[in-house]
Design a protein around this ligand. Sequence first.
Ligand code: DX5
Ligand code: ZN
Length: 216
Amino acid sequence: MPTPVVAPSLLAANHGEFIAGIRTIEEAGLTWVHLDIMDGHFVPNISFGPQVVAALRPLTKLHFDVHLMLTHPDRFVAAFAQAGAERLTVHIEAEHDMGQTLAAIKAAGLKAGIAMNPDGDPRRLLPYLDAVDLVLCMTVFPGFGGQAFIPAVLDSIRFLAAERRARGLDFRLEVDGGVNTETGLRCREAGADTLVAGTAFFKAPDRKAFVAGLTA
Ligand code: DX5
Ligand code: ZN
């Protein structure tokens, strides 16, 4: 299996000290950070917005993998592009024209991702697979860190990995929610190559060892 990209979610870091969270990720030898943006409407929680992303941008070279849990993600593409996001992922369940939003993300010069909740039918993503750089399969219902991994999503991951292979596409296949060394391995076996980990990463007593376990 290829070595996966590990993208720790800053949601699980101390929100009063995001820069310390960024340094923790860098010190673990990683190159991506996952930024969870929540509007209190699409999901029942609020996190942080483009100003925080913009403030962090000059302080690190980490790749900003931004996950928009917003009812109207199309209205915020420009703001997150300006803030220094490199990758913007939007939900199939949100209220927007998916084709147009993906085109807007790409026109802004960013990588575009499409996300689906754990109860989603992966066949809904088929029309967009040619147009995306990443597919995010949520392995918990979005809104909060620290929830238990939902194994039924493994079938969706296998389905999307098979479709990627059959069509010769090269989008990244990302999982997010309840990812630890055990569930991360199951996701990789199903075809995932990009692992978001919040709680398991930040709570790990030895983060380098945790990453080594996740990528072994
Ligand atoms: C869920 C977020 C996730 C979350 C993952 O709403 O999209 O990125 O922070 O956290 P853990 O790894 O704690 O499940
Ligand atoms: Zn996320």
